[in-house]
Design a protein around this ligand. Structure first.
Ligand SMILES: NC(=O)c1ccc[n+]([C@@H]2O[C@H](COP(=O)([O-])OP(=O)(O)OC[C@H]3O[C@@H](n4cnc5c(N)ncnc54)[C@H](O)[C@@H]3O)[C@@H](O)[C@H]2O)c1
Length: 381
């Protein structure tokens, strides 16, 4: 049995705790919780609760910890857990910048422990299918990708009820590093990282926040592939439409469906080069794949972490995997700040210096609003 301590009992930490208590994670046992606020919920009676991470790491009999505290604490707490000789799984984002993610990966290597990241949307069957199609060559050479992910709507209370959300100090970004980190992780997971990108961010356009709540980005990949990514936390209903234009097929993912158009007689480029019909188009075959589930999500990631600790599975969601979306999020912000193209991988030290300047004049909210209602299941898109 892998004995786990969960640090941070906000909405997501509570979900991890509840999943462990419900026995949803094979081979794992909830040993304790660490939460700096008083824990009064009766369902946690009987579970050892620490108020301080150092106290937990010194005294608790745990093999691993899940860090589900505010984003700016992931790196220092993750490192602390590793240095105490335990495995760690940190919530997304793995850190605020690639330089810190790199340091965390190195800390795990030198401690000989696992460092995992909550990349739960990789378990979404629709995205796994897209990856299989693209990587398996089912769509041929990919020419263009477009993902408009603008249904991450959040009202003001989402930010004002929290000390850290929507601030440079608390999360070093907004729509990119918090909500869309999942989508840009899928882009990197399916297509790899681009060679360069150019992004335009709007800061506090819809909300009274320091960070970005609307982003438009163009990416250039090797092999002449380009991609556009648009995200927003200010539109409603917005849309989630992921389009992939390949030489053998055209795929549109939207509303839990994958619409596939395949070219009956081979590739589009062959047809383009050889047809005699001036206004001709190739013959196509259409199919629709329906995906009615979101897959195992957080339970899947924690289960893999535990299985990797026990040596039953390789670690699928490592810190280095978590760095990919951070590369993209950091590069998009850097591009917007510099008003210029940015090459990837970014210079982590340069980004960290630029971020530190933002953080220097940023403040956590001193009196977050307390009159709010959380319906956490509605947060997932
Ligand atoms: N993977 C996902 O689907 C998903 C969903 C929601 C949030 N998240 C991530 O999880 C993190 C937490 O989000 P949240 O909405 O639950 O935040 P939150 O602010 O509502 O809750 C965080 C909790 O951690 C506690 N805490 C903070 N520092 C602590 C410390 N040093 N020791 C002990 N407890 C401490 C706070 O008191 C609070 O109860 C964020 O980084 C967010 O990006 C991930």
């Amino acid at each position: 049995m892998v004995k786990i301590g969960v640090i941070g009992l906000g909405p997501i930490g509570s979900m991890h705790v509840d999943n462990l208590i419900a026995g949803k994670i094979p081979g794992a046992k909830l040993e304790c919780i660490c939460e700096q606020r008083p824990v009064t919920d009766a369902k946690y009676a009987g579970i050892k609760v620490y108020r301080d991470v150092d106290d937990m790491l010194k005294n608790a009999d745990i093999d691993a910890a899940i860090v589900s505290t505010p984003s700016f604490t992931h790196f220092p707490l993750g490192k602390k857990v590793l240095e105490s000789g335990r495995h760690v799984l940190v919530e997304k984002p793995v850190a605020l910048c690639t330089a810190d993610a790199e340091e965390l990966a190195k800390a795990a290597e030198s401690a000989g422990k696992l460092c995992a990241v909550m990349l739960n949307q990789r378990t979404t069957p629709l995205y796994a299918r897209i990856r299989e199609l693209v990587r398996g060559g089912g769509l041929g050479k990919i020419n263009r990708v477009s993902w408009v992910m603008s249904n991450w709507y959040r009202p003001d209370i989402y930010f004002t009820s929290s000390p850290w959300r929507g601030t440079w100090k608390g999360e070093a970004g907004g729509a990119l590093i918090n909500q869309s980190i999942h989508n840009i992780d899928i882009i990197a997971w399916v297509f790899g990282l681009p060679e360069s990108l150019r992004a335009w961010c709007k800061y506090g356009k819809y909300h009274n926040i320091e960070v970005e709540d609307e982003v438009s980005c163009v990416m250039q990949f090797g092999g002449d592939m380009s991609a556009t990514f648009i995200t927003s936390t200010g539109e409603h209903p917005g849309e989630n439409r992921f389009v992939i234009a390949g030489d053998k097929g055209f795929a549109v993912a939207s509303g839990g469906r994958l619409n596939l158009t395949r070219f009956k007689e081979g590739s589009l480029s062959e047809y383009t080069a050889n047809t005699k019909y001036v206004f001709g188009c190739p013959e196509t075959e259409e199919s629709v794949e329906e995906f009615d589930g979101i897959g195992p999500q957080h339970v899947g990631v924690v289960s893999n972490f535990v299985a990797a600790i026990e040596g039953r599975e390789p670690l699928d969601y490592s810190c280095r995997e978590g760095e990919l979306s951070l590369q993209l999020a950091n590069a998009m912000l850097l591009s917007s700040w510099k008003n210029a193209d940015v090459s990837l991988p970014i210079d982590g030290a340069e980004y960290k210096r630029a971020l530190d300047e933002k953080i220097a004049s940023s403040v956590l909210r001193e009196n977050p609003k307390t009159d709010f209602i959380v319906d956490f299941k509605k947060s997932f898109r």
